[in-house]
Design a protein around this ligand. Structure first.
Ligand SMILES: Nc1ncnc2c1ncn2[C@@H]1O[C@H](COP(=O)(O)OP(=O)(O)OP(=O)(O)O)[C@@H](O)[C@H]1O
Ligand SMILES: [Mg+2]
Length: 485
């Protein structure tokens, strides 16, 4: 078996990268998994028994194919696989363990361990960065070997949003450094992170050995998914719950004309973020400006999200832990001078656990709420909250019925990338950062949107389906489809 060596381009950059936290991501088949395995071979070659590796994925089943390849790459370096322990031991004394973190709490099992390399495969399969970040504390070496976190991923998946914000948005190949002061002597240290883009064309070995792979990728799904997997395009969100979200749902901020009704909505959280959204109702067709600078028509009745207070520490899905009183004070300060017609909130805040409820405490602090309709999915013929939100995002011929100011960064970071719950596709994946989506759902349910029927369909007398010819049925069906897509 031949020893592993990196291919020219990003794979070589990845194995030589001195930065602490490296994310290698993008196209399918770009050579990411191989790069991680090969990186450890080289790392242990330099640091010998001081090299300790941990390779993690979200799910156990996903590890099988990686283990298969690891047997080849590590085997060529003389490593033995110890099946019972799911680890490889190298002749140098170096060891690498293969584990999975199916539940966030699994990350706690690594407290007190030390590793010089942690590889996280398919980082976007982690809905939040919590468990991966927890592992960072295990990156230490008393033997003085350099430590590093190495992640790989493709666009899409429940963690698409946070991975994109943390690694991709700052720009490929750009090293972002964070400074930390020692609590003991105040000394400053810096930790860097960088994103290395993977492109399929960089994997010359695969392109040569399987010239049809590109065509197979092209057959693998929607045009969006193909773009993401072929070129590593992170601006798509295949499989997003709100797959109808588009740039026309984002407007440049403008001064709300006097007379627009304003209201607010709340999804409460303490350890998790809370979200307060301020919404205005557009009373007449209004000409705004889209994020790209082109005119954007806001139709009558559309909801305009003009302000947000996202109660997060700035770390994904981590709440500010404010008291109800402090949150009420913050809300009043932000909306000073505005007339708020009504306010709806997560019904959970009305629950009292012995003491006064969050709703009651906010009420006493001058911020009353009314219970929001919390129906998530359709029941008994009534539209559920997610359908309402989706219908508003699509809007009608006149334009979208829900637009947000481009300044609502956390909204744009989390809502368009919400994923389906794998077990209940009609619901969102509640493991993801869903607080702003929930709050928006409450806002939408407070003003149910009914799409106007196109005039011809409304005028057409309804006949029982069985009285129609098959051609007529198909024509109707087509017309409906055209109306709704
Ligand atoms: N340096 C290398 N030497 C030998 N083979 C390589 C090398 N790099 C990549 N390959 C081969 O190319 C193919 C695709 O690589 P790999 O599985 O690492 O891609 P990937 O980016 O992890 O793909 P996915 O996105 O599907 O997880 C594999 O068969 C792999 O063994
Ligand atoms: Mg891979």
């Amino acid at each position: 078996m031949l020893a592993w060596s990196p291919q020219p381009g990003p794979q070589t950059a990845f194995v030589n990268c001195p930065v602490f936290d490296v994310c290698y991501g993008g196209a399918r088949g770009g050579g990411k998994t191989d790069a991680c395995l090969g990186d450890f071979v080289l790392h242990q070659g330099t640091h010998g028994r001081a090299a300790k590796g941990l390779f993690v994925r979200r799910k156990q089943v996903d590890l099988a194919s990686t283990l298969e390849r690891a047997r080849q790459v590590f085997g060529a370096a003389g490593a033995r696989f110890l099946e019972q322990k799911s680890c490889f031991r190298f002749p140098s004394g170096a060891v690498i363990w293969f584990r999975y973190l199916e539940r966030d709490a699994d990350a706690e099992n690594y407290q007190g361990h030390d590793y010089t390399r942690i590889y996280v495969e398919e980082l976007t399969q982690f809905p939040t960065p919590g468990p991966v970040d927890r592992l960072r504390a295990a990156l230490r070496s008393s033997a003085g070997a350099p430590c590093g976190l190495r992640a790989s991923c493709n666009p899409g998946g429940p963690g698409h949003g946070w991975v994109k914000a943390r690694y991709i948005d700052p720009g490929a190949w750009r090293i972002v450094t964070e400074r930390y002061a020692s609590p003991f002597d105040g000394a400053l240290v810096e930790l860097g992170r960088v994103f290395i883009p993977a492109r399929l064309s960089d994997n010359a070995l695969l392109m040569a050995s399987d010239p049809l792979y590109v065509a197979k990728l092209q057959q693998s799904g929607s045009a969006e998914l193909v773009r993401a997997w072929l070129q590593g395009d992170w601006n798509i969100v295949e499989g997003a719950f709100f797959d109808n979200w588009s740039p026309r749902n984002v407007v440049r901020p403008f001064a709300l004309p006097a007379g627009w009704t304003r209201f607010r909505a709340l999804d409460w959280g303490s350890a998790r973020p809370f979200s307060v959204g301020w919404w205005a109702i557009c009373p007449d067709p209004f000409e705004a400006v889209g994020e790209g600078g082109a005119p954007l028509a806001i139709p009558r009745g559309a909801l305009v999200r003009y302000r947000v207070w996202y109660g997060s520490t700035g770390k994904p899905n981590e709440g500010l832990k404010l008291t109800a009183e402090a949150a009420a004070e913050g809300i009043l300060a932000r909306e000073a001078g505005e007339e708020i017609a009504y306010a709806v909130a997560d019904p959970a805040i009305f629950a009292s656990d012995g003491g006064p409820s969050i709703a009651e405490r906010m009420f006493r602090a001058g911020v009353p709420w009314r219970r929001a309709d919390n129906a998530r999915v359709a029941r008994g013929g009534a539209m559920g909250g997610w359908d309402q939100l989706r219908a508003r995002i699509s809007g009608d011929e006149a334009g979208p019925q829900l637009v947000v100011f481009s300044t609502c960064r956390d909204f744009l970071r989390t809502v368009p990338v919400m994923q389906h719950d794998p077990a209940r596709p009609e619901d969102v994946d509640t493991e993801s950062e869903d607080h702003i989506a929930d709050e928006t759902r409450y806002a939408c349910m407070s003003r149910p949107f009914v799409r106007r029927q196109p005039p011809d369909a409304a005028a057409e007398p309804l006949r029982a389906l069985d009285a129609l010819t098959w051609d007529e049925v198909l024509r109707r069906h087509d017309r409906r489809r055209r109306d709704w897509v």
